[in-house]
Design a protein around this ligand. Structure first.
Ligand code: PHE
Length: 353
């Protein structure tokens, strides 16, 4: 009799000390103590070894032990089960009173902020956004843009070629999208899609040594307008509007003659330095002007290459980098910061350009 009581006391100690972290552990408790092969069952079966005189006392002890284990089981369950979350009558172990996990708010990348700002200005003028592939064939990156093979102007842009296929390059500018959009518009069933008025942002690649001022990849935005009677005056007015929206009403603009094989005539556009206002600083290299984009009238050969009749249609195109204006705007002095993914850098920018 003594031994049974001692055994039960020992088990009680063990059971009192039991704690469960989750429902799986509660289930193991149930199996171990209350299951069909559990401890309570097996200890009950010891009744048959008890002498008739002690049966009553032993029965009381065992029943009391069984109740003890059941109560422990119930208390384990109620400690974790709190709320009926699914409405199916079963409670879950989720504690809704705990504070939530913080969800840190991200920041937009400065290149994205600048791109969105530029795109939204042109959207107000009726330009739609178009995108194209970053891995491009020679025709769309060079050939159709009036840079035939061995043309010296190909050297203007150091190109990454793709080993697998000598016809593929990483696009050196977003002008490939010009070609793709013009080709689409000239397909027989797409005749109605002219005029084209599009703005084309994207990433471009050049085989250049990476430094604080230049990178082997960066972003451009290209604009294209093709219709009947599009003139250089339209180009100028469009860009004037852009510059005033972007840099303020007082900014001055100048066009310098330039050369691009895909435009004729071609120009580069400068704006009066928005850091020093034109008086000369180290951003504008003491000239008072900052170059922001290249532009010109789409070369008739380019229109013909895209099966658009150059006698009927004319167009203008322009292209600008995104990193440089972003660097000037935010006072960023190293282009490599844009692609290093350092959260301390990236967190600093807000949409207020
Ligand atoms: N593609 C030119 C460049 O990358 C920019 C440009 C676009 C110039 C369209 C004229 C017209 O430098």
């Amino acid at each position: 009799m003594k031994t049974l009581q001692e055994k039960i006391e020992a088990y009680k100690k063990e059971i009192s000390a039991f704690t469960a972290a989750d429902e799986n552990e509660i289930e193991s408790f149930r199996i171990k103590y209350l299951g069909s092969k559990g401890l309570v069952k097996s200890i009950m079966s010891e009744m048959k070894n008890v002498s008739p005189d002690n049966k009553k006392e032993a029965g009381l002890l065992l029943n009391e032990f069984k109740t003890f284990v059941e109560e422990k089981f119930a208390s384990l369950k109620s400690a974790t089960a709190t709320v009926d979350t699914t409405g199916d009558g079963k409670s879950s172990s989720i504690d809704f009173s705990l504070p939530g996990d913080p969800m840190p708010v991200g920041a937009r990348h400065p290149v994205v902020l600048m791109r969105n700002r530029i795109v939204s200005i042109f959207q107000r003028l009726g330009f739609a956004v178009a995108e194209g592939p970053e891995i491009e064939d020679d025709w769309h990156n060079f050939g159709a843009l009036n840079l035939p093979e061995h043309h010296p102007a190909r050297d203007m842009q150091d190109t990454f070629y793709i080993q697998q296929n000598p016809d593929w390059v990483l696009r050196t500018h977003t002008s490939n999208v010009q070609i793709r959009e013009m080709e689409k518009a000239s397909l027989p069933d797409r005749q109605g899609k002219l005029p084209i008025r599009m703005i084309m942002p994207g990433r471009v690649y050049r085989n250049e040594t990476v430094s604080a001022r230049s990178h082997c990849f960066f972003h451009q935005i290209e604009g294209l307008y093709v219709d009947e009677n599009v003139s250089f005056a339209d180009l100028k007015q469009t860009l004037y509007f852009f510059v005033k929206e972007m840099y303020g009403q007082d900014v001055k603009v100048r066009f310098r003659p330039s050369y691009f094989p895909f435009t004729e005539p071609s120009a580069e556009m400068d704006v009066s330095c928005f850091i020093c206002g034109g008086s000369g600083c180290n951003i504008c290299k003491k000239t008072g002007w900052v170059e922001i984009l290249g532009c010109g009238m789409v070369h008739p050969n380019v229109l013909s290459n895209c099966k658009i009749d150059p006698n009927k249609y004319t167009g203008f195109a322009f292209g600008m980098g995104i990193e440089r204006p972003a660097m000037l705007k935010y006072g960023i002095n190293d282009i490599r910061l844009f692609s290093e993914n350092d959260i301390r850098f990236l967190q600093q920018f807000t949409a207020a350009i």
